[in-house]
Structure formats: C-alpha cells, structure tokens
Design a protein around this ligand. Sequence first.
Ligand code: BG6
Length: 483
Amino acid sequence: MVSRVIPVEPFDLVIFGGTGDLARRKIFPGLYRRFLAGQMTADSRIIGAARAELSDDDFRAMVATSIAEYVSESRQDSAMIAEFLTRLHYVAIDATGAGGWAALKDLMRDDVVRAFYFSVAPSLFGDIALRLNQHGVADAKSRIVVEKPFGRDLASAQALNATLALHFDETQIYRIDHYLGKETVQNLMAVRFANILFEPLWKAEYVDHVQITVAETVGVEGRGAYYDKSGAMRDMVQNHMMQLLCLIAMEPPYHFDPNAVRDEKLKVIRALDPVRPQDIVRGQYLAGGGQGDYLAHSENPHSTTESYIALRVHVSNWRWKGTPFYLRTGKRLRARASEIAITFREPPHSIFDDAQGWRENVLVIRLQPDEGMHLKVMIKEPGPGGMRLMQVPLDMSFADALGDDHDDVPDAYERLIMDVIRGNQTLFMRGDEVEAAWAWTDPIIEGWTARGDKPQSYDPGTSGPEDALMLMHRDGRRWREIK
Ligand code: BG6
C-alpha cells in the first residue's frame, strides 16, 4: 500500500517557545518527519522565537539534538537532517516588550502562509497576539495555534477567547487538542460514517453502555506544579476525553467540514447532564511514602488533587437516553492503554435453549498502543455435543492491515501542524466548544470542592481506586481490564 503525501503550501511557521520542552519533544521532530515524507516544500521555513539570545546556528544545533533524541533511528538521515536544518531560523523575542519584533517582521514573506505556534504559558497568549498585530508581523490570513490548557474554568476560557478575538478572527485560531490528531481518533469518524454496518446500531436502543479509558503508567513527576492545580478532570477529561465522547456520541455531520463537525460536537457537550456526586470517583496514587507518591511531586503536602477520575456520564438526547458513558483516566496505572469499548445489548430473543457462553457484542476501538479495532462476536463452539456459544474477536490491528505504511503514520502534532498550514480547522476546537466543555466541568469541580471530598488512594500499578469498580458494579456492569 502506498500512502499519498501531498506537499502543503510554502509557509513561514514561527514557534514561540521555540526552545521549550514541547517544541523539542514534539514539534521539531514532527516537522522533520513531515519534511522527510516530502510534505514541506523547499521554500518553507521554521522560525524559533524565544527569550534566549541564540544564533541561527545555536538554534539549529538544538533542533539537531532534539531530532537525534526523539526521532527513531531508522529515520535519522544525516543528509536530510542537514537539509532540514537550513530551513530553520531564530529570533530572540521579548513576548511582553518590544525586543525582537521588528527582526521577526523583517523575516516574514508576503506570498506564503504565516502561522504562529504559541507553545508558551497561556498567560502570554494575549501579549503575543497583541504584538503580532501591533508590529505588523501577522497579516489578515495568518493563523495562530494555541496549546492547552485553554483556561482552567469557564471564566478564564472566556477571557482568553475574548483576548484572542481582539486580534484574530475565529477562522484564524487553531486550538490544539492533540487527541484529535491521533490516527485512531480520526478513525472513529471513518468507522462510523464510511460504513453502513455500525451507524444503524449506534443508539441507546442497541448500545448498552460505552466505556472510554485513557490509562497511563507515567506519574506526574516533574509536572507537579502544573498538575496539582489541574488534576485529571481539567488535564484530561475537559479536553481529550470530552472530544472522544463527542466523536462517539455526535450525530452525523452533513459534511466533513470544520464547522459541520464542530457544530455536532458542541450539541453533544450541551446535552451532557450534570454529574451526580455518586457518579464520580477520584483517586490519588500512594506508594506508601517516598518518590513514588503523588504527594512527593506536589507543592502542597495535603493536596486533594486527583490523579485518577472515573465518571458516569449521560448524554440527554433522543439517541442516547438510557445509555451511560463511563469515563476513566489516571496516572501510574497498570498499563498504558487507551480505548473505547461499545457494548451492545442482548438480542431481543434467544433461539438457543442452552445459551450457555453467551456474551454481549463489543466493539473495541484501541487508540494506543497497538492501534486497531476488535469486534467481539458470538460463534458456535466447535465440535459435537449441541449448540454451545463462544465469543471470538474479529481483529483488525492497524499495524497488520497497513503493513509498512503504519510506520509512516504521522504523529498527532505533525498532522495537526500540517492541517494548520492547509487551513483546515476540522480537528481543532472552536471557542464555543471549549467554553461549553468548561461550563459542564466547572460545577463538577465546584461540587467536590464545596463538599470537601478527598480522593481515594490507590496503589501505583493497579487499575485505580476500589470505588471505581463499584461505579460499574452498581449498574451490573464491569470495567474492561486495563492491559
Ligand atoms: C496531555 C496531558 O495533554 O496528555 C498529560 O497534559 C497526559 O498529563 C498527555 O500525559 C497524554 O497524551 P498521550 O498522547 O500520551 O496519550
């Protein structure tokens, strides 16, 4: 199978925070891989902008190191790396002052796409947006890319949207949720809307429940200061998990078009019921003291921030009334495993007297690792002795199905950056979507804060707190094993 790589228009991409962690881990390695794949034309340039006084050569050396560290060895081609580095430039910039902006303006070209990636703290978004316009660096067609966290509640997200709107139109703003850039996440839409098989069954009448799991083995480690003010609800549920839920629950958009898709996602968020306290389980990992504890990484020794959360969520509309969505995400769990499992209801009538071995059909969409889809179906257990049933998976691992092409699948960031250059906002969150997500999230957090709820502790390497099991047992259901 040969994948088609269509080069994007020539661009000048400025990375604010160009010496930062995200840029070094994700953005530069991703851009190099797109370059290697032939997606960057010869006249495209990447301009690092940060406070440090670096020369172009210093900056190129830094990017070379990041490629060496974060790009797989099979893709390290020294001639190509050298060629890629020639497209890199650097400008020292003062985000809150006047320094460097004139130099940046001088670098900009008129006849190419200008994109500005704000890989900086959200507190600087307004300053940078203002200066881009004040100094004539941005033009009317320029695009800006902003990273999460996009606010920490509804009020701060509204303020951020309002600040950006002073300088840029909504069609110029690309709010990244890197989950939307994951191949399998986009596959959710292909599976639902490019097949006739699933959509007729995709409703409360046939779906018993949905489980969405994003389990991580990493802890908060060096990110304690940020994470402790955030917790799993703000860090994962308000954005990534919510997006997954939307893609599962939304109505078919009339077209695969940015606003059509985002309109449908927004309707799902607005249809979410408030979550009852008994439908929330929060946890914090505790290894019995020492560096393995969540609290070892928090500035507050009594922190009640959750590193795990499970929720039972209802989408109140005709399609989903009566089908709960169970969401869980946590750090330091048994395995790194993200998946969506859709469990279907029983057939209305069994013709087999001895329906021994019967289990529900389950469609599992595995997001990472081992991306793929598995449909669990019932068959007859082989051999004589009557009709006994057994469940078998119809497996499709993307690695097997796509063969060598699987290695060429772009990672979330590189795909999303190319979409920015193409001017395609489908996989980016619109301002009203982000606000609606906070409007649903805020009362949940306010509720547990007002009640003084504390997270339950759980052992690292497990599947999370005991109470999370109860959340499903109560309904006569079980979480799938994290593996
Ligand atoms: C980030 C969160 O947005 O997503 C992190 O801030 C989390 O806490 C990460 O670890 C998970 O992303 P991925 O792509 O590794 O599943």
